[in-house]
Design a protein around this ligand. Structure first.
Ligand code: CMP
Length: 144
């Protein structure tokens, strides 16, 4: 049997502001993903720029950092078989106009920037992104 995998999820400021944290987390749980770590926090400008450093040269970088610091976010570590891909399927395409029916972004996202959730895109980025928010000691092993 394949190993369980970890991925980082962020409910972005628009999701927290609209009070849909529970509805989003419920989708993760219904899909068989379990929560290994969870925190409500607010990014500083420095942290937002560091988290999205790979996008530094993109024209939307400044605006993205402003949006990501505009209010609190919920960061969590999700665990499950194929968790990275599963979470990406639940989120849908970056641009909600291109997202499949029934996905989080199709149902909740405002536009390509204000898109409600973030999820790691590969095992290497998942490891980096999890470490960015959670020290190893905050990851709970075997929550069921
Ligand atoms: P996310 O999956 O967190 O990864 C990078 C983020 O940059 C993305 O979600 C969006 O919030 C934002 N983003 C990506 N593409 C664009 C774009 N073309 N214009 C504005 N923001 C974007």
């Amino acid at each position: 049997m394949a190993e369980k995998e970890l991925t980082l999820s962020i409910i972005k400021p628009d999701g927290v502001e609209r009070n849909i944290i529970g509805r989003i987390i419920s989708r993760f749980e219904k899909a068989g993903l379990t929560i290994r770590a969870l925190r409500l926090t607010r990014l500083t400008r420095e942290e937002a720029e560091a988290f999205y450093a790979v996008h530094r040269e993109r024209p939307f970088f400044d605006s993205l950092a402003t949006y990501m610091t505009s209010g609190p976010i919920v960061v969590s570590v999700l665990e499950g078989y194929n968790a990275i891909q599963k979470n990406r399927e639940l989120m849908g395409a970056t641009n909600p106009e291109k997202a499949d029916e029934g996905t989080i972004r199709k149902d909740f996202a405002k536009n390509v920037e204000i898109n409600t959730v973030h999820g790691s895109d590969a095992p290497e980025t998942a490891a980096k992104e999890i470490a960015f928010f959670f020290p190893e000691t905050e990851l709970i092993k075997g929550n069921r």
